[in-house]
Design a protein around this ligand. Structure first.
Ligand SMILES: Nc1nc2c(c(=O)[nH]1)N[C@H]1C(S)=C(S)[C@@H](COP(=O)(O)O)O[C@H]1N2
Ligand SMILES: [Mo]
Length: 306
């Protein structure tokens, strides 16, 4: 990914302000601060608590809404929050097809009602070395996959994001250095794991556009780029599907992309991470701390299959 030498969004911006300016300057800055990232999403109610949540404090909303990657809306970390404001996410549908007995199209209403909505607090780590804790809202992807009845030939699941250069003028290979539409993939057993989530909200609201509205994947034990946003197609397939970052640079981004402190990115160490909003760095945990997925990889060389 593009790591700028002088990032637009300095880490000081996402560190508790009191820790680096004195109180008077903090108050002055607060008064002069531009309006918070515009977002007044519809509230989601009747959220179930989830035993899959980690016992950690969610990151601040200005971090989760204001600092992320969504290359369709620009390659800078603040770009999605600014450029996705008018992205039209209704009507919306996901087509689920391929090696299934019952191919189906789920419109947004069907997606929202497919299973009880749970709030799950997940760790989320970007391959670039920063991490956040996010209270996603949604349900296990398996609930949707079971409805289409995968055939015995289905071994992988391929995902595709919405792509429209009228709404996303920056979503071209020459501007974003990747191919579109953005595509991702999982092995079927990874996709069926209860942790793999179809997310429709965050905190207690529907997803802001920059976080992948109206529906996106969340795979908490893999680097952030596996968690594909604004999904329009899911295809069950026999062979390992192509994935955007692997196509862009196979040497740096593999199909598996499990969070793994022992496998360095060719250009930087993955042993530690910067938890946005905290000072210093913390050790990166194998599978991002989700030990319950380890059995999915028994016998697989995780250095070769990075
Ligand atoms: N369609 C699409 N999905 C995407 C991306 C993208 O550029 N396009 N970026 C990925 C990356 S690299 C990360 S770290 C996360 C960041 O967004 P989030 O904090 O909302 O998960 O989205 C992922 N999903
Ligand atoms: Mo990322």
């Amino acid at each position: 990914m593009i790591i700028r030498k002088a990032p637009l969004f300095r880490y000081s911006d996402i560190t508790p302000k009191e820790t680096y300016v004195n109180r008077r300057r903090f108050l002055a800055a607060a008064l002069a601060a531009p309006a918070a990232v515009a977002f007044g999403g519809a509230k989601l109610t009747n959220l179930q608590k989830s035993p899959l949540s980690v016992d950690e404090k969610p990151s601040a909303t200005n971090i989760v809404f204001g600092f992320n990657n969504f290359y369709e809306f620009g390659t800078g970390k603040e770009d999605p929050a600014h450029n996705a404001t008018n992205f039209k996410t209704t009507p919306w549908a996901i087509h689920v097809e391929g090696e299934v007995a019952k191919a189906k199209t789920f419109d947004l209403d069907a997606i929202m009602k497919l299973a009880p909505l749970e709030q799950r607090i997940y760790r989320h780590r970007c391959v670039e070395g920063w991490s956040i804790v996010v209270p996603w809202i949604g349900y296990s992807l398996s609930a949707m996959l079971k409805q289409v009845e995968p055939t015995a030939k289905a071994k992988y699941v391929a995902f595709e994001s919405y792509w429209d250069t009228k709404q996303m003028p920056l979503a071209t290979p020459s501007r974003a250095f990747i191919q579109f539409p953005y595509v991702e993939g999982l092995r079927l057993d990874e996709a069926m794991h209860p942790l793999t989530m179809l997310s429709v909200g965050v905190y207690d609201e529907v997803l802001p556009n920059q976080n992948g509205a109206p529906v996106r994947l969340t795979v908490p034990w893999k680097y952030g780029f596996k968690s594909i946003k604004s999904i329009v197609k899911i295809k069950l397939v026999e062979k390992q599907p192509p994935t955007t970052w692997n196509m862009a640079n196979a040497h740096e981004y593999g199909f598996y992309s499990n969070v793994n402190p022992e496998v360095d990115h060719p250009r930087w160490s993955q042993a530690t991470e910067r938890r946005l909003g905290e000072l210093g760095r913390r050790k990166t945990l194998m599978f991002n701390g989700y030990d319950q997925v380890a059995s999915l990889y028994t016998g697989l060389d995780l250095k070769k299959n990075y």
